[in-house]
Design a protein around this ligand. Structure first.
Ligand code: ATP
Ligand code: MG
Length: 450
């Protein structure tokens, strides 16, 4: 009896994950996605390829997002044409990647990513089974098996408006389940980033990670150490800028994915002292992303790492380093630790340091310095950063409000604002100055965060 049941379950699994299984073909009357809902560029690419006798479908995130009523961020197309064949058909296109070749087709302002159906076995893996290169091509069914989650393996034909669904992705989406295609452990071994994707997509789409996909994550988290830093950087950025950073980070922590992998997240999540500042940063990032306002990677990383800079800066001072020097050394030390795991690009690192470097300058409210500061090209970002610190209680709210007024005031009002600060300082009870007199003015009042 049990054997019979096992056989039935087993044969179901084989059927649902084998490349020969017949997919469900879901008509528009059932799924409701009309061709006008996919981007004009993606539909055009499919039409051109199909016109030349190739298969071509909009695939992946765009279809998944449309099915749950989200606006797709971008469109991917999957085809049986090789990258070279695709390249030859579109004048404004180029092949990118060597180990995983895909074609970028440009249509107006849109870039459509066109990939060729992958074979069911990757061409090259490392000793942990991680896929290193894959330019061997296969059928659509094989391509479907290679995708990560059932909800991402939906192929939409804009000409017939049919969805081809090999792995019950539509049903999973309806049931709000994120399910890995195939055996989760094997799939995470092939590409550990899938664990991060599971968390990000579940948070973004409001899905529950299927227990079988969730269970191995804690044990396998360590595999993320083998992932190249540039890829981790991209993935972390996607996660933090998804508009659901608060939910994503919360879930990463629950899954045990935050520890020992990304030093940035380690720092962010393990320090209760800095917690308020960090959550405020993430909340404000989510709010901006959802309002379609720009969010810079530099600002975000600068904010997330600020508590750490502050901690190290204090430690160095206690050890006797001069304040000014220790502030800059703390910045370098924090960035160096991050660089071991996250390939923060040189440009982003420059932005981060600039923002940090501006912070002590907000403490100087005398002479010509404030006038120079408001002329700084990054003044606005620096002030946003200061405002966040003030909200978290790291600097007085009065300071951030004062700078806001100063920046928006006319010349005479500015002089008045400066005089008011001076008067307040004169009224303030005299502090013991022995230690602070030795500090350069710029860092003298910089407090540890939040
Ligand atoms: P979003 O665009 O919202 O970040 P997405 O699922 O579209 O999500 P992309 O990185 O654009 O993510 O990938 C497009 C498609 O490629 C996915 O839907 C999935 O089918 C496939 N894919 C992406 N990354 C992987 C992976 N690591 N393993 C297997 N398939 C993947
Ligand atoms: Mg996508």
């Amino acid at each position: 009896m049990i054997r019979k049941l096992l056989r039935r379950v087993f044969s179901y699994r084989v059927a649902s994950f084998s490349a020969s299984a017949e997919p469900a073909r879901i008509p528009v009357s059932q799924h409701g996605i009309h061709r006008e809902q996919v981007s004009h560029g993606a539909a055009k690419v499919c039409a051109t390829l199909q016109g030349r006798g190739f298969q071509a479908y909009v695939v992946g995130g765009a279809i998944r997002d449309l099915l749950i009523g989200h606006l797709p961020k971008d469109h991917d197309v999957a085809t049986d044409a090789t990258p070279e064949e695709v390249r030859a058909l579109f004048r404004r296109s180029r092949i990118i990647g060597r180990r995983f070749k895909i074609v970028h087709v440009i249509n107006g302002l849109e870039t459509i990513e066109v990939s060729t159906f992958r074979a069911s076995q990757a061409a090259e893996t490392d000793k942990h089974g991680r896929v290193l290169a894959d330019n061997s091509y296969g059928s659509q069914a094989e391509d479907a098996i290679r995708r990560d989650f059932t909800v991402n393996a939906l192929y939409y034909d804009p000409i017939t408006e049919t969805i081809i669904d090999y792995h019950h992705g539509v049903a999973d989406l309806q049931q709000k389940t994120l399910r890995v295609i195939g055996e989760p452990r094997a799939r995470y071994r092939e590409d550990p980033v899938r664990m991060l994707r599971a968390v990000r997509l579940a948070a973004k789409l409001g899905l529950i990670i299927d227990p079988a996909a969730r269970a191995p994550i804690r044990d396998m988290a360590i595999l993320l150490e083998n992932v190249p830093t540039a890829r981790l950087f991209d993935e972390t950025l996607k996660l933090l800028m998804s508009g659901n950073a608060v939910r994503c980070i919360g879930q990463l922590r629950e899954e045990g994915l935050h520890h020992g992998l990304l030093p940035l997240l380690d720092i962010v999540l393990d320090q209760t002292v800095s917690e308020r500042f960090v959550w405020l940063t993430l909340e404000s990032t989510d709010t901006r992303v959802r309002a379609d306002k720009p969010v810079s990677a530099g600002f975000l990383f600068a904010a997330l790492l600020w508590p750490e800079v502050s901690r190290i800066w204090e430690r160095r001072q206690t050890a006797g380093e001069p304040p000014y020097q220790s502030f800059f050394d703390a910045m370098d030390e924090v960035l160096a630790v991050q660089a071991q795991r996250l390939a923060i690009t040189r440009r982003v690192a420059g932005d981060i340091k600039e923002l940090w470097g501006l912070q002590p300058r907000f403490e100087k409210r005398a002479g010509r310095a404030p006038f120079r500061l408001i002329e700084h090209p990054r003044f606005r970002a620096g002030w946003d950063f200061l405002h966040l610190r003030a909200q978290a209680g790291g600097v007085p709210e009065e300071l951030s409000a004062w700078w806001h007024r100063f920046a928006h005031a006319g010349h005479n009002q500015r002089e008045e604002l400066l005089r008011a600060v001076q008067t307040n300082n004169d009224k303030a009870p005299t502090r013991k100055r022995r230690r602070s007199r030795r500090k350069p003015a710029e860092t003298a009042t910089l407090k540890p965060v939040p």
